[in-house]
Structures are given as C-alpha cells and as structure tokens.
Design a protein around this ligand. Sequence first.
Ligand code: NAP
Length: 466
Amino acid sequence: MSADGSATPPSADRPLRVAVVGAGPAGIYAADALTRQDAVPVAVDLIDRLPTPFGLVRHGIAPDHPKMRAIRDTLHRTLDDPLVRFVGNVEIGTDISLDDLRRHVDAVIYTYGAALDRHLGIEGEDLPGSLAATELVAWYTGHPDADRARVEAALEGVRSVVVVGVGNVALDVGRVLARTAAELESTDMPQHVLDTLAATPVEEVTVLGRRGPAQASFTTQELRELAELEGATVLVDGPDLELDPGAEERAAADRNVTRNLAVLRGWADHVPEPDRTRVRLRFFARPARVLGEDRVTGVEVERTAVDGDGRAVGTGETEVLRADLVVRSVGYFGTPLPGLPVDERTGTVPHDAGRVLRDGKPSAGEYVAGWIKRGPSGVVGTNKHDARETVAALLADVADGVLTTGGPVGDLVDELVSRGVAPVLIDDWRAIDAAEMALGATRGRARTTLHEREALLAAIRAATAR
Ligand code: NAP
C-alpha cells in the first residue's frame, strides 16, 4: 500500500511497481522471473550503484573466462524487455533513502550482493603487499571503485605470491597472476591492467588451504584449468593427498571431492621446470602471521591436521613461505544498506523464502535474492532458482492481498532527476557498451572495459552529442 493509503490489485493500467536493487545476476534473474509470468502486471526498475549492469558477471568472473562472461548476452535480453527499466548510477541510501524509494514503488527486491572481503585476523595482514582478492579482482576487471594505486604498488616487482584460501576465487586470482601476457592479450581487461601484469615477474604462486584437499571448495573444472596454463607448471605435494581410510570413504561420497582428488593426484609427480611459473597447491597449512616491516616479505604458516568434525587443528609445526604479495581469498561478506536489517554474523538479510523479516516478521513489500539472501555461494546460475523462489513469494503475497498497488506516486526516475541525480538508462548503457567495443577494436579485441566512472559517463555524453 502506498503512502496515500489507497490499495488496489495490480492492473494493466496500474501495474505493480517493483524496484530491484542491484543489477547483477540475482537482480536480473529476479526481473526476468517477474516479467515471465502473466498473473500480475508488473513494471520493474532495475537499479544499480554503477552506471553499468551485470554485477559480478562484469566485475567478478575472471576476464580470462570469456565463455562464462558471455552469459551477459543472455542477461541482456531481460534488460531489453519493455517491462524492465535499467536505472544505473543510483546509490540507494545516498542518492535516495530506502524509505523514499519505497514510497515510489510497491515492492523492493534487494539483490545487491556481498561486496565486502573477509579478514584473516592475523598479524601483518594490513602490511603493504597484502591485498584482499576483492581488491585485486576489482582492479583487473576495471571496477570504477578499484584502488588502482594501491593494487599496482602491491604488484610492483612481485615474484612470489601466496594466495590464502582454496575456493574458486583463489584459483581465479592465482591463475590470472600466473598467465602469460599473450594469454591475457585478448581479454577485456583495461590496458593498464594488461601492462602491469605483463611487467610483474611472477615466478611462483602458492595457493594455501588450511584444511585438506578433500575440504577444498574449488570445483573440478576450475582446478583442471591450472594445468592448461601456457607458461606455468602446477605442483602439489603427494603426502598432502594421502587420506586415512575414513577420510577416503567420506571423500568417495562426494563427486566434486572425488574428481578433485583424482586431478590433484595426477599432478603429484610434476616437478618444477626452468623458465615456467610454479603454481603450487599446499594443503594443511594455515597462515599464522604475515611477515615484513615496510611491506610483505613472507607468510608464517602452521601445519594443520583435520579433526573428526572436519576442522583445521594446528600442530604447532611452522614454516615460512617467501612472499612479496599475499592475497587473502577467504570469502565475501554482505554490507548493510541503511534502513535494512542485516545479520552481522552471516552478512545476510534475514528472510523467509525471500520475504525480508523485520523483528522476525515478514515486512510487506520487501524481498531479497542472491548473495545478500543466501550468502556468497554458488555459481551465476544458482541465482536463477534463488530469484524464482523470491518472486514466487512476492506473487503469492499479491494473490493473498498482502501486496497491492498504492495510489498515484511520482515516477522514480523523475524523482531522482529532480534531486540532481543523473540516472543511466538503457540507451546510455548501450552507448557505454558501444564505446567499450570500439576501444577494444582499436587493439583487435572484442571489448576493453572502461574503468573510470568519468570515462563511462563521458561515453554517454559523446553519444548524446552525436
Ligand atoms: P569459498 O568457496 O567459500 O572459499 C573460501 C576459502 O577460504 C575456503 O577454502 C575456506 O576454507 C578459506 N578460508 C576461509 N577463512 C579462512 C581463514 N581464516 N584462513 C584460511 N583459509 C580460510 O569462496 P570464494 O572462493 O570467495 O567463492 C565464492 C563463491 O563464488 C563460491 O560459491 C564459488 O564457487 C563462486 N565462484 C565460482 C567461480 C566459477 O564458477 N568459476 C569463480 C569464482 C567464484 P575453509 O573451507 O576451511 O573455511
């Protein structure tokens, strides 16, 4: 129900106005699920803080995974749907408060992800030369908020890298750092990223698991890819792969673990080769301290064992690994949006099947999907099912009369413009898209990402002036 108190079921003349906050995969799949049903007429505003859509498809999936990144073409079909309006360059909580947003729409679906990085909580973690994977990923995908100076200073002269964590993001980071310049040449990475990586003389990347190979969270396809790197040899210590009979039995019950172990065991006889980067996978090793005075020089690791509950237990045996760069890749965490409840322990919004819970009760007209709903897990496609569940809850609320349309409210974009905000709409995004493809074409690439907010907005102005 709107601020004026009137309430009617949605109709073709007055569709249900839904704002989706976050134009990443979860938001786009939510918009898709809303437009694919015909029980309830809808009009969807797909809002993003950035002037660009696609969230982690643009600024998460590694640029050397062009096939995975191509999912943007499928997602674009939803952006092109006449029932969906892309509203970029708008930050909820800054450009417009959550309360004001809610006054302009009938329902909000929060899909803004989990952008914060987790910390290790160990000494030396904040030394220069110690980065979060989120910082490095933001930089190499050309995110406008990336701290270019900080990342490039951390990469200067780096020969040895330690990546903490054995998830798919850790493999992405390790792989990108171990790639040759020729392998990265055709990607959409900004030119300064390609130049910096080409000038970084990485000789060794150690990917560190605090538990055993059977507890690693990376997936087999991503693991296998390490052996396909043109200029790197992947190394793994045979003894790390020996499991006791109980652990072997548990491992056999999990397909991903069984496949991972088979791949890793196939590499146990690899030996370092001259002139090739070494990508080392180390298990049962948890970082105890990051070493260095003015900048990182190494990591002290403690050997672990995995107890009966699957937890890493320190053995007291330590070792120092040389490192000029430490990248912690130990998961993401959701940020609070002013006015929206977030569980501080999990970094997710409390919900029931996608209905936001305030003080334990469903809050009419508020829903959540994606990483901010379920935590930072799963692949892009996982968001499709997740968003469908949320949209089903929304549609059920309409059917039950819990969610109705309010009286006449002003248009959200008009309201934003009246506040001096310059929303980026779909044609503006198309101008950015074309400018990135044109920039890429100057060097024979399909695309080069524009990495500065000002450059993105300038592309729009240039197209408008034509
Ligand atoms: P993740 O899969 O949860 O991996 C996090 C890793 O960090 C785990 O190995 C975890 O070990 C480790 N870790 C956590 N705290 C630690 C600590 N204090 N010290 C040492 N290690 C610690 O998360 P992610 O790699 O960030 O990936 C997020 C999601 O995106 C995942 O679902 C992933 O599959 C997905 N993703 C997919 C792709 C792809 O499909 N190509 C690419 C990138 C990301 P423990 O298990 O011991 O806690």
